[in-house]
Write a protein that binds this ligand. Sequence first.
Ligand code: PEP
Length: 259
Amino acid sequence: MSERTPCIGGNWKMNTRSADAAALANSVVEMTDRISNVDVVLFPPSIYLQEVASIASGSSVAIGAQDASEHPDGAWTGQISVGMVHDVGCSHLLVGHSERRHGLGESDQLLNSKLRAGLDAGLQVMLCIGETLPQREADKTAAVVVEQVKSDLLGVPREALSGLTIAYEPVWAIGSGLTASPEDAQEVHALVRQTVASLYDVESAHAVRILYGGSVKPDNAADLFAQEDIDGGLIGGASLDPGQFQAIVEAAGQSCRQC
Ligand code: PEP
């Protein structure tokens, strides 16, 4: 159970068509009218950002891009800039999702540039970190996440931390139906917070929300969110199902000590 306002992100990945995206966004907006103690952020495919942002406009639902270029506008065919993300009504940016780190080979150096570009543009950045299965089996989870946090936050000033959320997502748990146990996840979250404290200070680290991601479903959400350092979740598959997503948002609301 956390003292920070919980946050639930819905990562739609490369799913939906325009009509589905609109229907899903409308159902989330409607649902959040009844739930006020959880911050909800949707990450639709970039081609639907403007449409979904206009549906969410005036509601408490925030919208973010799943990725953006580290470069400002210019000759980067196929890319979208942080300025464009901002321009179409988005407030958030996802950086370092495992499908980009491992599927597309994005390095910590690149992710650090994207993260800084996002924060500089005034976006709230959700930084994803997490170990692969071989790394976990080799007992390297702690070393991997500490290194990711340190490398990805390089050069980020303390004042910018208010724009940062971290999502710990063990790569082996994403889309697999496998989930870290609440106790294992808590241990990593505490380590991530400790690492942020060692880079900045305890107070700043205490304020940073650290979400868990990796096959979060209605039946495991409450136990995960009950942990001291788990401040909500980044949800993939279940965010495409309005009923499941609502149940997860409700579980996050119930986990909040002071909401
Ligand atoms: C994700 O895409 O960030 C994710 C956690 O996916 P899933 O919930 O499907 O495991």
